[in-house]
Design a protein around this ligand. Structure first.
Ligand SMILES: [Zn+2]
Ligand SMILES: [Zn+2]
Length: 662
């Protein structure tokens, strides 16, 4: 056998010409797929002289995607084994798993998933090899004549959309055969690959749920049945993932929003448009009040702007050119008609605002500005409307109407470094005050294909952002070429109590809007100069941050945010008057305190307070009344007895003032 020379994980090797990566990596069970000359390939791929081969671990992002897709592939095989007359759609990997779309004779039910899972287990146990086979369009159409959806994909080979790229996205049309123990194909699927070497490399998986889905995402197409699943490199990792899902489900802000009576989405108003109930209103106001105080301390000035505007403003800003899809359609106002109904004077188009920036620019421009006024920091709780697709709406974290805690900072170039540095410190400290403590930063740099402004400006701003980020001693992730065309940005990513990452604040430098709005200031030497503009939303939107905090705290808000901070629970009716008076004193001291005067028994009242996640239960019985005291019961079940009333008030006020959790 002749020898060929290849590079494997950086090392030059001489191997027999019929050796494949699966042989080369045979010792390392973690390696399930490989890159050959930079392209992801099956471990069964033939090697050629000079190939550069890198092993890809099952735990890497590429490895997980291949694991997910291979499991989807096995699921499709199992479905056709159990329900022979099921036709196949597409089956791509997604975040934390995969799906496959099917056209079954009957709608799948939860029992079906169990049946399919056990058929999958059998296939996995058999260790069927995935064999790649190159085919032609004509051959594939003949072979897959019974699969109309696959045939349609063959017809549109090329730009088939991102999801179908798993089937036909490669440069060649390929079919994968699953080989049984005797080496003969037992099942085949049109697929680009790559796959795991064999089905036995699937260590742990679970089918999650079914959903209806239109073929290729269009409501003009037939409705298919989608099965979602998840696959992991080990049973432990699968278990951890399922636990995280269960925990996330318990914390889901949409569920807690109802249980704690915080907000709702009445159908009469429309999807993505929330109303806040009194209790949610208290949390929201506490969030806003504190933010307002801190912004004032940091030198921000508060402004207000209307919700709608003539189209011309968004033409100037450029939003109508590049953001029209995300805006509600225009209203035509002030149209005048002749007696015969024809238009005498054309109307004006008005738009709901998707962003506040253009309004703030008009405030800046309302008169001449001097360098002495800079940095000028304009802040607004600005309500905006964005026409999000209904499929992406998600409670108050992704809505169609929401209020940004939006600020625009106008400064000189010389001020930019210092401004970005203090801005980032301010942003992070404020997030910490709300109880988020685990961050990393992401720096998005210039996309060389798509940008406005001078290279030197970009470099300067990017360096300023990098400097500000580095000074925080946090992990800094580079998003190379990921900036919007109008300037670089830093985004703050925060981890919540169960380790999920949320993108929070963004600090965005903008080279474009000052130009489009011809913003100027008179410099020290009397010349007219253009200011640097920085967009900055700290919460993103108040609603979204509300949702994140609700999930982070699982609804058990720290006392300073809690709708009800203390609830009075008398041991028996006889102590109601005494406790009622204590609660009155608490209210006078500024504490959000209530007396549970219902007919419920004490134990029921305690349970209700627990369900409402109220930080302090203030309990009074005979001994308390005699001593002029109360007892505290905390959310964790601990109890403290005989606290003098003044001390009780002081304890609650202290944790509220210090914004600590109890
Ligand atoms: Zn496949
Ligand atoms: Zn802005």
């Amino acid at each position: 056998m002749s020898q060929i020379s290849v590079t494997v994980d950086g090392k030059q090797l001489s191997v027999e010409a019929d050796q494949r990566p699966t042989h080369i990596f045979a010792e390392n069970k973690e390696i399930v797929v490989c890159k050959i000359n930079g392209v992801l390939k099956d471990l069964w791929t033939d090697l050629s002289e000079g190939d550069v081969v890198e092993g890809v671990s099952i735990s890497s992002a590429d490895g997980l995607a291949v694991l997910s897709h291979s499991t989807a592939h096995v699921m499709a095989q199992a479905v056709q084994e159990v329900y022979a007359n099921t036709r196949l759609g597409i089956g791509p990997p997604i975040k934390d798993g995969f799906y496959y779309d099917f056209d079954p004779e009957n709608t799948f039910n939860p029992d079906d998933l169990t049946k399919i899972e056990s058929a999958m287990r059998k296939i996995i146990k058999e260790g069927q090899r995935f064999r790649r086979r190159v085919t032609t369009e004509a051959e594939a159409l003949k072979e897959l004549a019974h699969e109309p959806y696959k045939c349609e994909l063959i017809g549109i080979k090329g730009p088939a959309g991102e999801e179908a790229s798993v089937e036909v996205g490669g440069s060649e049309l390929t079919i994968y055969d699953n080989l049984g123990r005797d080496g003969n194909p037992v099942w085949s699927d049109l697929c680009r690959g790559p796959h795991l070497p064999s089905t036995k490399h699937i260590p742990a998986f679970k089918l999650m749920r079914t959903a209806a889905a239109y073929w290729r995402g269009s409501e003009k197409n037939p409705m298919l049945q989608r099965i979602y699943g998840t696959a992991w490199p080990s049973q432990d990792e699968l278990n951890a993932y399922l636990e995280l899902l269960a925990e996330a489900e318990k914390r889901d802000h949409r569920r807690l929003g109802t249980e704690l009576d915080l907000f709702s989405f009445p159908e009469e108003i429309g999807s993505g448009l929330a109303v806040f109930h009194p209790k949610g209103g208290i949390v929201r106001r506490a969030m806003e009040d504190y933010s307002r105080i801190r912004h004032e301390e940091e030198g921000y000035e508060f402004v207000y702007s209307p919700h709608i505007t003539k189209a011309a403003l968004f033409e100037t800003s450029g939003h109508l050119q590049w953001y029209a899809d995300g805006m509600y359609p225009p209203m035509i106002l002030d149209e005048e008609y002749n007696a015969d109904g024809t238009v005498k004077r054309a109307g004006q188009q008005y738009y709901m605002k998707p962003m506040n920036c253009p309004f703030h620019n008009l405030i800046y421009k309302s008169r001449g500005r001097s360098y002495r006024e800079l940095p000028l920091r304009l802040f607004e709780f600005g309500t905006v409307y964005r026409y999000e697709k209904s499929g992406v709406l998600h409670g108050i974290t992704r809505a169609r109407g929401f209020t940004q805690d939006d600020a625009h900072i106008y400064c000189t170039k010389e001020q930019m470094v210092g401004e970005l540095d203090s801005l980032l410190t301010f942003v992070l400290n404020l997030l910490r005050d709300y109880g988020l403590n685990d961050f990393y930063l992401e720096l998005s740099t210039k996309n060389d294909e798509k940008f406005v402004g001078e290279d030197s400006d970009w470099e300067e701003a990017t360096e300023a952002l990098r400097k500000a980020a580095t000074a925080q001693n946090l992990e800094l992730v580079l998003d190379e070429g990921g900036a919007a065309f109008y300037g670089p940005k830093i985004s703050v990513q925060a981890k919540d109590a169960i380790g999920r990452t949320w993108q929070m604040s963004t600090i965005q430098v903008d080279f474009q809007l000052p130009q489009r709005f011809e913003l100027e200031f008179s410099a020290t030497d009397g010349t007219r100069q253009r200011p640097v503009m920085i967009h900055r939303a700290l919460f993103g939107s108040i609603e979204r941050f509300f949702g994140v905090l609700t999930e982070h705290y699982s609804g058990a808000f720290p006392p300073w945010l809690a709708p009800v901070q203390a609830i009075g629970i008398p041991v028996a009716d006889t102590f109601s008057d005494y406790l009622g008076d204590v609660i009155k004193q608490m209210r006078k001291a500024g504490i959000r305190a209530e007396l549970d005067a219902s007919d419920d028994r004490m134990q029921k009242k305690v349970r209700n307070a627990q369900m409402q996640k109220i930080p302090f239960m203030v309990i009074a019985g005979e001994e308390d009344q005699k001593a002029g005291a109360v007892s505290f019961r905390y959310r964790n079940g601990e109890q403290k007895n005989g606290i003098p009333i003044a001390d009780a008030i002081a304890e609650i006020k202290k944790v509220v003032q210090e914004r600590t959790q109890v």
